[in-house]
Design a protein around this ligand. Structure first.
Ligand code: WT7
Length: 657
């Protein structure tokens, strides 16, 4: 962190980039910020009128009568799918390629806006025929595909609220989400292709539904991706290609209030079960569009590539909604960065002449490593001259990775947008604007216009630049989370805590602003949430999963820094049958890892499992996690351990690996 704060390299936006940019220079940025400061509601109202199609215009901008349940443009009627598709048919983009689908095996399928519109309409009609209507919830458990985007857009078209579950989650995680959101239908695929392998999807849906409490699910619709062998339950399951056959290629959208829930997306919190983050239609889509314009400086000629999965919010805002709403051509990639080799990203950029590339620091770090051991996958072996802008998302990008990205992928001529945001924020919050903001490696720089980000102390008071604190947002903004699905209390407690005065949105991250520039640097989560390869994991969630194993008496999970994945999951475990050693310990560690993989999903598997006779506890029985963090890092415990009931345990846990 010290090192980050002393980072003083500055990279100015290239002058020819500035000339044509949506926000050309810091004066233009400051003017937008000033407009928002002067007349906050007027600023957002102008942008909402200019950027969205309204079937019925809104008359009220922001409703603050019941904080923190803010409402934006509530009496306006709109539809997300109409904004993303029909508008493009009307403004001359009908024959433009909307999606370039790059399959796992390299096969390419292009879809025009006109095709995509027709496919979405047909599927929307089919969903309506099944009785799915506005306000119903639909789970989407699919991998990266045109059909995945079609499924989301079709739900939006008929006003059904979708909840996409990442295809790497287990049957149990899927079932929990189906139950929590009260889904009446599940859209899935027979299998998914990743890295040359076919992986199950439909089988997992069957397993999830068999776990119980899913009686509300009346339909399971299956996209045939591989033709693999799966069972179809009569009366419940149908093939996507069969239900759309014969359906009309037009479909009147359901005109919904701007506040209508477009989607619920589950994410990990510091306590309890994953939270269903509920997003709106109007405010959410407005910000997806504006950030495409401001952060990504999107132009009609761009070929935009966001490498995220539709199972995460990045895939929602910057694959399914933002890029289509601004009418650009985007790449949708099914595969993984390392198949058939670690040059896949660079090869794909070259092949499709991508102009904007948006990925995660974890991917960059692993590709740096791959390129250092295998020259043939080094980016210099590829023609990346089509690129004009790079983006980073999901976790802090370390200055070394930033520099490598800047020099090797962007040839020192492409700005990098280090975008800080969250599932809850709907879109970018803090990021350099590529034609305006001078960049500093490792800093997400300044809030986007209209985003009132600040750093406060534990009582909610502003701290001066140069002193670290808690990252908050002082005013509601259009794309913010509306509530946690079915749990308003938890929403208020988690994001608008009493201790901070009850009006500040708490991001859950620590941050510090540079004394001179005011630039923000994110210092990491301040709660029990880990960030592993850009994926958010709650330590409590993994702990509950471990203790649910019949062998386990007690478990504590902490994060430790990891060069590749940012953070790694480290589990300290006490077994009912005593502490295993040697090969037994290895075998049991593997068993527990697989257990977590099976219960939650492979992304939650602990990297380290350490067994002890006990855990370090205070005399009142509280587990001292801060000591476990030190041990997990492999460092000496220098803190005061006098309050520990069992100091000898530290030595044992240090040895155990
Ligand atoms: C958490 C949100 C943003 C969409 C994907 C992840 C961390 C995200 C950055 C960044 C530093 C970042 C934060 C945040 N994070 N982007 N550019 N620099 N940290 O969404 O799963 O909701 O996770 O990711 O800790 O709170 P998410």
């Amino acid at each position: 962190m010290e090192q980050l704060m002393q980072e003083n390299r500055i990279f100015n936006p290239p002058s020819d980039f500035v000339k044509n940019a949506a926000v050309p220079g810091m004066d233009a940025y400051n003017a937008l910020c000033a407009e928002a400061a002067k007349d906050y509601e007027g600023f957002w109202a102008r942008l909402a009128r200019e950027n969205l199609y309204w079937k019925k215009p809104f008359t009220k901008v922001l409703d603050e009568t019941n904080p923190p349940f803010y409402k934006w443009f509530e009496d306006g009627l709109t539809n997300a799918s109409y904004n993303c598709l029909d508008r493009n048919l009307e403004n001359g983009n009908a024959q433009k390629t909307a999606i370039i689908f790059e399959a796992d095996d390299g096969k390419v399928t292009n879809v025009t806006y006109s095709d995509l519109h027709a496919r979405v309409c047909q599927f929307a009609n089919a969903l309506r025929k099944m009785g799915i209507k506005s306000g119903d919830r639909v789970i989407i458990y699919m991998s990266m595909s045109i059909e995945g985007v079609v499924a989301m857009q079709a739900c939006a078209r008929i006003g059904a609220t979708h909840s996409v579950v990442f295809g790497g989650f287990s049957a149990k995680s899927l079932q929990e989400r189906i139950v929590d959101v009260g889904a009446i239908a599940v859209i899935t695929a027979d299998e998914q292709m990743r890295g040359g392998k076919a992986l199950p999807l439909k089988v997992i849906v069957d397993e999830a539904l068999a776990l119980g409490d899913c009686e509300k699910v009346k339909n399971v619709i299956v996209y045939k991706r591989t033709g693999g062998n799966i069972a179809m339950t009569a009366g419940r399951d149908s093939w996507m290609h069969e239900v759309v056959a014969g359906e009309a290629k037009t479909c009147e959208p359901e005109w919904v209030s701007a506040e209508h829930p477009l989607f619920v997306l589950y994410t990990s919190g510091s306590t309890g079960k994953p939270k269903g983050v509920q997003h709106s239609t109007g405010g959410y889509l407005l910000w997806a569009i504006l950030t495409m314009k401001w952060t990504f400086d999107i132009k009609p000629s761009d070929v935009f590539w966001c490498t995220a999965d539709i199972g995460w919010v990045t895939g929602h805002s910057y694959i399914t909604y933002g890029p289509l709403a601004v009418g650009c051509t985007e790449i949708v990639f099914e595969g993984v960065p390392t198949y058939p080799n670690a040059g896949r990203f660079w090869d794909t950029i070259q092949k499709h002449k991508a102009t904007i590339f948006y990925t995660a620091p974890t991917a960059i770090r692993s590709l740096i490593k791959a390129a250092s051991v295998d020259e043939s996958v080094h980016p210099k072996k590829y023609d990346l001259s089509s690129l004009r802008l790079l983006g980073s998302v999901g976790e802090p990008i370390n200055p070394e990775a930033w520099m490598w990205y800047y020099e090797n992928i962007g040839s020192s001529r492409c700005p990098i947008a280090d975008t800080f945001w969250q599932t809850e924020t709907g879109g970018h919050m803090i990021s350099p604007l590529p034609g305006a903001t001078p960049m500093v490696p490792g800093s997400c720089t300044l809030p986007l216009p209209g985003i009132m980000a600040a750093i406060v102390d534990e009582a909610g008071h502003d701290v001066p630049n140069g002193s670290g604190g808690i990252l908050v947002v002082k005013r509601p903004w259009p794309s913010m989370i509306r509530t946690i699905w079915g749990d308003n209390d938890r929403f208020v407690k988690a994001y608008f805590p009493e201790e901070l005065g009850g009006t500040l949105y708490l991001a859950g991250d620590g941050a510090i602003r540079n004394k001179d520039t005011g630039y923000f640097t994110i210092t990491g989560r301040i709660d029990d949430v880990l960030n592993v390869s850009g994926h958010r994991m709650g330590t409590m969630e993994i702990e509950s999963c471990l203790v649910a194993n019949p062998l386990v008496a007690e478990a504590a999970v902490v994060g430790r820094p990891d060069d590749m994945t940012g953070e790694a999951i480290c589990a300290f475990v006490v077994l009912k049958g005593g502490r295993p050693t040697g090969d037994d310990a290895k075998k049991l560690a593997m068993e527990l890892r697989n257990w977590v993989g099976k219960e939650i999903g492979p992304i939650a598997k602990p990297k380290d499992v350490r067994f002890g006779d006990n855990l370090p506890k205070t005399r009142s029985g509280k587990i001292m996690r801060r000591l476990l963090r030190v041990i997990a890092k492999g460092e000496e415990v220098t803190q005061d351990t006098s309050t520990l009931e069992n100091p000898a345990i530290l030595e044992q846990l240090k040895q155990a690996l």
